[in-house]
Design a protein around this ligand. Structure first.
Ligand SMILES: NC(=O)c1ccc[n+]([C@@H]2O[C@H](COP(=O)([O-])OP(=O)(O)OC[C@H]3O[C@@H](n4cnc5c(N)ncnc54)[C@H](O)[C@@H]3O)[C@@H](O)[C@H]2O)c1
Ligand SMILES: O=C(O)C1=N[C@H](C(=O)O)CCC1
Length: 263
């Protein structure tokens, strides 16, 4: 029995990557793809709409509710407003939802996961989950003597800043240090002196960068850094599909990639 996967935001950068990547899975079928209402490509075959060189036999539509009804699990890569719609419907129907949408730190995901399996991750790359673990361990070993700074660069069209991944890396460092991230971080945007013990963020945007992250630990004598370079968006698509196949078998609750990877 194939797992029916629905994609919200199917015509976006991540939607394209997921549709393309799903072609490599025999145990999966695309149940549907959602674009924003009014999109001129609604009604077209998803493959044709994405111009990926073949039809997949499923049309682009704009009803998120209908998509959840005909899917075993839904994957969302859109924006905050759309994710909220997905969460409401997933909760009402008790259907599994995977979301990688970032810029959503103010959304109470726990609330929606009471009645549906919800997995959210700022970064679906399996290696980034490993990097977060390494950062946590490094911070724990190095302690408060080292200033911690997180830098990230993404493509020029990215709307949110800093990236969800950068925030996740900062939170991993805070966890390693045993400090409260919420009151111990700042954004390098003004000239005030650096607060000791605070985690700093700096951001670059440009071109088609898929996702570069660096976390530096610096004291008066030396610096150590951990970094990751995303080269192809299929790293995120592979992780999202792995998570979707995992979540489809799970009961209601809030999950992360750490649960999928058991790290
Ligand atoms: N977690 C991860 O691994 C990961 C990886 C890449 C991107 N992202 C995040 O995913 C999100 C999307 O990134 P992207 O580069 O694909 O963006 P994008 O703008 O290329 O794609 C988003 C798509 O969602 C569609 N959309 C927006 N509102 C909608 C609605 N109400 N109904 C239906 N469709 C709607 C847009 O039309 C667009 O096609 C961002 O928040 C980004 O940070 C996360
Ligand atoms: O391309 C994006 O946008 C990405 N967003 C995520 C983030 O905000 O961390 C993951 C990396 C790519």
């Amino acid at each position: 029995m194939k797992t029916k996967i629905g994609i919200v935001g199917c015509l976006g950068r991540m939607g394209r990557s997921i549709v393309s990547e799903l072609r490599n899975y025999e145990n999966v079928e695309v149940s549907g793809g959602i674009a924003r209402s009014g999109n001129g490509k609604i009604g077209l075959d998803i493959g044709l709409a994405l111009n990926i060189g073949l039809e997949i036999g499923i049309e682009v539509t704009d009803s998120i509710f209908d998509l959840f009804e005909k899917s075993d699990v839904v994957i969302d890569f859109t924006n905050r407003e759309c994710l909220l719609q997905c969460l409401e419907i997933a909760s009402d129907l008790g259907k599994p939802l995977i979301s990688g949408t970032t810029g959503i730190d103010d959304i109470d995901l726990e609330k929606y996961s009471k009645r549906a399996p919800v997995l959210w991750s700022a970064n679906m790359s399996i290696v980034i989950s490993l990097l977060c673990k390494l950062v946590r361990d490094a911070a724990k070993s190095l302690g408060q003597d080292y200033d911690i700074e997180v830098w990230e660069m993404h493509h020029s069209l990215k709307k949110d800043s800093p990236s969800g991944t950068a925030i996740a890396l900062g939170k991993a460092a805070a966890e390693g240090l045993g400090i409260d991230f919420k009151i111990n971080h700042y954004f390098n945007s003004n000239s005030n002196l650096r607060e000791k013990g605070s985690i700093g963020f700096a951001v670059s945007r440009g071109g088609g960068i898929v996702g570069d992250h660096k976390i530096m630990f610096t004291n008066e004598g030396e610096q150590i850094e951990l970094s990751h370079r995303g080269i192809n968006r299929n790293i995120y698509a592979k992780g999202a599909i792995k998570a979707a196949l995992w979540l489809a078998q799970k009961p209601a609750g809030l999950y992360s990639m750490k649960n999928v990877l058991e790290i």
